[in-house]
Design a protein around this ligand. Structure first.
Ligand SMILES: Cc1cc2nc3c(=O)[nH]c(=O)nc-3n(C[C@H](O)[C@H](O)[C@H](O)COP(=O)(O)O)c2cc1C
Length: 208
């Protein structure tokens, strides 16, 4: 009887432990990305000939962390000690990327090749007015900081360079994508906790 009571006590305690673990958020505060693979791959001319927009996405099939690291580096990573894969007017480097996934949204810290949690809420309903964008497992918000780049035209051109890098990486890796201007900027800026001076130029859906 005594043995049974001890076992019952242990079982209840472990049950409580499992319950606590389940109710705690499983979203990591930081995700260290693997080093991006910067060599090899499809030729530029072939990627250009395959570049296109896609508007149907598998809600479940996800990119691996390696693919995400490669994609984000291609989009706006450092390819020299202090310069990026995109050109920016006066080298202001005013563009930031935010990665929106079902488990939350992250800031892409391109200097340190990691993702930093912004919110552990699923904010995909704000990532676009088109239904596929709200269900896709990955959207990338391309954000420009007015404090660094007050010129709207240059903010647009620099964001456009990120957009095309994402398109080309996706074409070269047989991943679908579409860039979008159709999103509720106010709601998404709030959900991403952006500064007053930051504005979202485009949101790009990526997936299979
Ligand atoms: C600045 C910009 C904004 C866009 N916004 C949207 C959008 O909100 N929704 C969408 O489905 N496609 C959007 N697109 C994608 C275009 O519709 C698409 O590039 C165009 O139809 C040509 O098709 P392609 O990319 O397959 O060549 C946008 C493209 C650009 C460059």
């Amino acid at each position: 009887m005594k043995k049974f009571m001890i076992w019952a006590f242990v079982a209840i305690l472990s049950g409580v432990g499992v319950l606590c673990a389940c109710t705690l958020s499983s979203t990591a505060a930081e995700i260290e990305l693997p080093a991006p693979r910067t060599g090899g791959g499809m030729s530029l001319m072939e990627a250009l000939s395959r570049r296109k927009s896609t508007r149907t996405f598998d809600a479940e099939k996800r990119l691996s962390n390696q693919q995400l690291a490669d994609l984000l580096w291609a989009a706006c990573g450092y390819n020299r000690e202090d310069k990026l894969t995109i050109p920016t007017a006066r080298n202001m480097q005013e563009i930031s990327l935010y990665v929106i996934m079902p488990e939350g949204a992250y800031f892409y810290d391109n200097k340190n090749n990691k993702l930093v949690l912004v919110t552990d809420e699923d904010i995909r309903q704000h990532s676009g007015t088109q239904e596929f964008a709200q269900k896709a497992p990955l959207n990338i918000a391309i954000v420009s900081d007015k404090e660094k780049m007050p010129n709207d035209i240059f903010a647009g051109t620099d964001a456009g360079a990120v957009m095309q890098n994402i398109y080309l990486w996706c074409a070269a890796n047989e991943v679908g994508t579409v860039t979008r201007g159709m999103f509720d900027g106010e709601a998404l800026s709030k959900a991403l906790k952006l500064k007053e001076t930051e504005r979202i130029i485009l949101v790009q859906t990526v997936g299979y």
